[in-house]
Ligand binder design. Structure first.
Ligand SMILES: Nc1nc2c(c(=O)[nH]1)N[C@H]1C(S)=C(S)[C@@H](COP(=O)(O)OP(=O)(O)OC[C@H]3O[C@@H](n4cnc5c(=O)[nH]c(N)nc54)[C@H](O)[C@@H]3O)O[C@H]1N2
Ligand SMILES: Nc1nc2c(c(=O)[nH]1)N[C@H]1C(S)=C(S)[C@@H](COP(=O)(O)OP(=O)(O)OC[C@H]3O[C@@H](n4cnc5c(=O)[nH]c(N)nc54)[C@H](O)[C@@H]3O)O[C@H]1N2
Ligand SMILES: [Mo]
Length: 823
């Protein structure tokens, strides 16, 4: 039998044969009882896996990784994990009714194991009928960024491509990471800034005197990358560490806690209350201005609107002088410390790395804007080793590039030839509905509501069906209890997941997804493009899991558009070959020779050795500084906009025409702090990627009393009679969670630090109840930053903490739901 015929057959007979269909081209022959070492890659890095009897028994870093992440070690456990979804599943009532039924039973009811055909037919039919009746506004497709990777079968792209073919869906503008920065920065600097190519570390290490890391923890956050990380930036951090210890460069960390980067660099810690950075920056601006420490020439030549802003900080607009005394009262930083900090930065060449955490806050647009103004007043923008960076602390950036082609991937656009072939195709008639990232639950709550964003009005769609892939809304999104309520309004929830996450458990149809090492793909290291990597399928997928590519293609097949989805490249391996061929062509134009595909596939990678010297000393805004008329910025004035007439015209109450301090909805200085006196910040964990790896053995290395740790100052612990290791209840009006207490002086008084992404473990699944394990988003606020960006405010939340006196129940986050073998 030909292989292709075999696949056809296997998709008809379903369950038992799909595993064998894995013997496609590009797959490795599996021989039991032998041991071999193979190369692969994912968002944690490139690594070797030792495979024995078809199982990964060990993973070790690739020798080319400059600073391997310890998370690599957890991959074997991640693959062969008891939380894997092994078979297609449908919630009992949904299967009985062959469609939407009893949504309030989600999370409570059993799942029934079904064949792929049953699951796919049900999903394809419900997607089609929902779309035909209600159009693209009824289909949620905020398939997120971090699950899986690869240029062919990355869940986010293939799922969105599938929904494009369906006719369109609700998609997002911006993202959870940088949503506020992305919208404000074009007004201020004329480009996104947050995703621009940053200055190279070499230029900074050779020229800077002060490096300020403001609301950022790059030693932690560079462990992973949106592409495959090589962790090359850690070599630069080592150089920075040496310079910091020897006193050649002063480093500062502005943060409510001493983070890993501050400790690594031995930085001076400027400890402030969460969410008050703008006040600190404005106080510094007032000080620099009144002490004549600011660069008046730079302001005059390269910026517009300083005089309007000046009136604000001098108190001429609202009779409140924003001096260091004012700033100290808001931020908790002593006046002398603010004065000294401002003076030091003004005196010698300073670069500020402005972190994303600052803008995942209420009015999160202001810190990025104000930090730019502060940096302009310091006057070092465009000079080597000086200025402001928004992207340097992320994705291993800042190292010298290699001369290498950038590889392509499956895209979301449909080639023109299919538009002609299918003149009545649904994708030709409809358009995607775009809402700001993280506003989707608000849409469930208030369909049809008009919200403002960046000068436009947006009508929130009426979502009736959700397709989740590569993301986990129940750990990602804010205010979980409200989400559970709103989720009941959705007719159908489909989730493509390798694991029984809280999101999978709250679904109607669950597709088991084959993940890294179980499927074929091609990838490239970021950000220097040093390697192109062959990603082979080295082990059999768990149970009957299939790749996101396969799942989406099967759905499209059921709508009659399989060839549109595959572009007639029928297997993932064909796509890999096509992408490689395209890379070879690009390489040719760069005068680089790449090996043949066969050689590449055999060896596992292509390495690009040559440094692109032309990028080595790159400094952002150098050209602008040298000639602001020729190299105008993309703002209306062509200069840095300290005052933006465009924003002023919006007349928003939550964003003026210049950066300003606007009280967050919750912070330590407002009335709510009387009832909930602790500000909880929820940074990203060094032990996982959001929620990923929380289901591996690594959890046991950092959990406290079996719970996600919460870091608290000794004085706060003492006030509440708490001891190290206590199981504590953390609560506010939105919900309650348990946590394991870690008492430390690293965190200032009034603040608790608890990482996002701990798996959700509700006492009563599907309902507002105590999370036994510590999903911090039970406590956070689901609100837009402002009418400018409408991004999330994950870091803005007040809580109270007490010793937990209730009965401690087992954690259900890592157990499978009840599964029936048939109806
Ligand atoms: N409180 C708080 N909340 C936050 C943040 C914060 O700082 N504080 N940060 C926010 C930010 S910046 C972000 S980016 C988001 C991240 O939010 P998400 O991107 O939703 O986070 P992950 O937990 O990485 O979710 C990825 C999911 O994909 C699944 N997956 C893994 N491999 C595959 C695959 O091959 N195919 C498919 N279909 N799925 C796969 C994983 O099991 C996991 O459930 O969280 C946001 N939420
Ligand atoms: N290991 C690991 N790395 C990751 C991720 C991961 O999940 N794990 N996620 C990736 C993703 S998607 C993103 S978007 C980035 C996120 O990168 P960031 O947004 O930079 O990361 P966070 O961890 O939210 O916060 C960084 C620092 O800001 C501090 N902070 C919190 N609130 C405030 C405040 O009000 N003021 C000041 N000054 N500081 C504050 C925190 O204490 C923390 O030390 O990380 C990426 N890298
Ligand atoms: Mo993010």
């Amino acid at each position: 039998m030909k292989r292709r015929d075999f696949i056809k057959l296997s998709s008809v007979v379903g369950a038992s044969t799909t595993i064998q269909a894995s013997g496609l081209d590009g797959w490795i022959d599996l021989t039991n009882f032998d041991r071999k070492k193979v190369l692969s890659a994912n968002r944690f890095g490139m690594f070797y896996a030792t495979i024995q009897s078809g199982e990964v028994i060990e993973t070790k870093p690739f020798e080319g990784d400059y600073f391997p992440s310890p998370m690599i070690r957890a991959i074997a456990d991640r693959l062969q994990n008891t939380t894997r979804v092994e078979y297609p599943m449908v919630r009992k009532s949904y299967l009985k009714a062959k469609g939407p039924s009893n949504p309030h039973l989600r999370g409570k009811e059993e799942f029934v194991r079904v064949s792929w055909d049953v699951a796919l037919d049900l999903a394809a039919k419900q997607m089609r009928t929902t779309f035909d009746k209600y159009g693209p506004e009824s289909i949620y497709g905020e398939c997120y960024w971090w699950g899986g990777s690869g240029r062919v079968s990355w869940g986010r792209t293939v799922s969105r491509r599938m929904m494009k073919i369906l006719g369109g869906f609700v998609t997002e503008s911006g993202d959870y990471s940088t949503g506020a920065g992305l919208v404000i920065m074009p007004h201020v600097l004329g480009g996104s800034a947050v995703y621009d190519t940053p200055t190279k570390w070499k230029a900074i290490i050779e020229n800077a005197k002060n490096v300020v890391i403001w609301g950022q923890d790059p030693i932690v956050t560079n462990q992973i990358n949106w592409a495959i990380p090589l962790h090359r930036c850690f070599k630069d951090f080592e150089k920075l560490q040496q310079a910091s210890i020897s006193g050649k460069i002063k480093t500062f960390s502005v943060d409510p806690r001493v983070n890993d980067t501050a400790r690594f660099l031995n930085s001076k810690h400027i400890a402030l209350r969460p969410g008050t950075d703008v006040a600190l920056m404005i106080g510094m601006a007032h000080y620099l201005y009144t002490k004549k420490l600011y660069d008046a020439e730079f302001i005059k030549k390269y910026t517009v609107g300083f005089n309007k802003f000046k009136k604000y900080f001098l108190g001429e607009i609202d009779n409140e002088v924003k001096d260091i005394k004012w700033a100290s009262k808001i931020t908790g930083v002593k006046e002398e410390e603010i004065a000294q900090f401002a003076t030091t930065l003004a005196k010698e060449r300073t670069v500020i790395l402005c972190g994303r955490a600052l803008q995942r806050q209420d009015h999160g647009e202001q810190p990025h804007w104000m930090c730019t103004v502060l940096s302009a007043m310091l006057g070092y923008i465009g000079l080597p080793g000086g200025g402001i960076e928004f992207s340097l602390g992320y994705n291993s950036s800042g190292a010298t590039d290699k001369i290498a082609p950038t590889i392509a991937g499956i895209s979301q656009s449909i080639p023109e030839k299919y538009n002609q072939k299918y003149p009545n195709a649904p994708w030709l008639k409809n358009h995607d509905v775009i809402i700001p990232s993280s506003r989707s639950i608000e849409a469930l709550e208030n369909p049809g509501k008009i919200i403002e964003q960046n000068g436009k009005k947006i009508k929130l769609p009426h979502i009736r069906l959700m397709y989740n892939a590569s993301g986990s809304p129940l750990t990602r999104h804010q205010n979980v209890n409200n989400m559970l309520e709103q989720w009941k309004k959705v007719d159908t929830v489909i989730t493509a997941e390798p694991y029984w996450t809280s999101t999978a458990k709250m679904s109607d149809i669950v597709f088991p997804v084959a993940t890294e090492l179980e499927r074929v793909d091609i990838d490239q290291t970021g950000s220097t493009k040093e390697y192109i990597i062959a990603r082979k399928a080295h082990i059999k997928p768990a149970g009957e899991s299939q790749s996101d590519f396969w799942i989406c293609r099967e759905l499209c097949k059921r709508w009659g558009y399989e060839e549109v989805f595959t572009e007639e490249k029928n297997t993932e391996f064909e796509w890999v070959k096509y992408i490689y061929k395209n890379a070879v062509e690009k390489a040719n134009s760069l005068n680089i020779k790449m090996s043949s595909f066969e050689e590449f596939w055999e060896k596992g990678y292509v390495k690009f050795e040559e440094d692109d010297k032309s990028t080595e000393n790159y400094t952002r805004y150098e050209e602008f500084r040298n000639n602001p008329y020729k190299h105008r910025l993309g703002t209306p004035s062509g200069k840095i906009e300290i005052f933006s007439p465009v924003i002023e015209k919006f007349k928003y109450d939550d964003c003026k025409g210049y950066p300003s301090w606007i009280e967050p909805i919750e912070w330590l200085g407002n009335k709510k702090a009387e009832k909930y006196p602790i500000h909880i910040v929820s940074p990203h964990s060094k032990y996982r990627l959001h929620s990923q790896l929380n289901n591996t053995y690594i959890r046991g290395l950092y959990e406290i009393s079996g719970r996600e740790p919460l870091l608290l100052n000794p004085k706060e612990a003492q006030k509440r009679g708490l001891k190290q290791g206590d199981i504590i209840r953390v609560f506010n009006d939105r919900g309650e969670i348990l946590a394991g207490l870690h008492i430390t002086n690293d965190v200032i008084e009034g603040v608790a630090v608890m990482c996002e992404g701990a798996w959700y473990s509700p006492e009563v699944p599907g309902e507002k109840s105590l999370c036994q394990h510590g999903n911090v988003n039970v406590l956070s606020i689901d609100k837009g930053t402002s009418k400018i960006a409408q991004s999330n405010i994950a870091h803005t939340a007040l809580v109270e903490i007490e010793k937990y006196k209730g009965v401690i129940k087992p954690i259900n986050a890592f157990t499978k739901p009840k599964i029936l073998q048939s109806l």
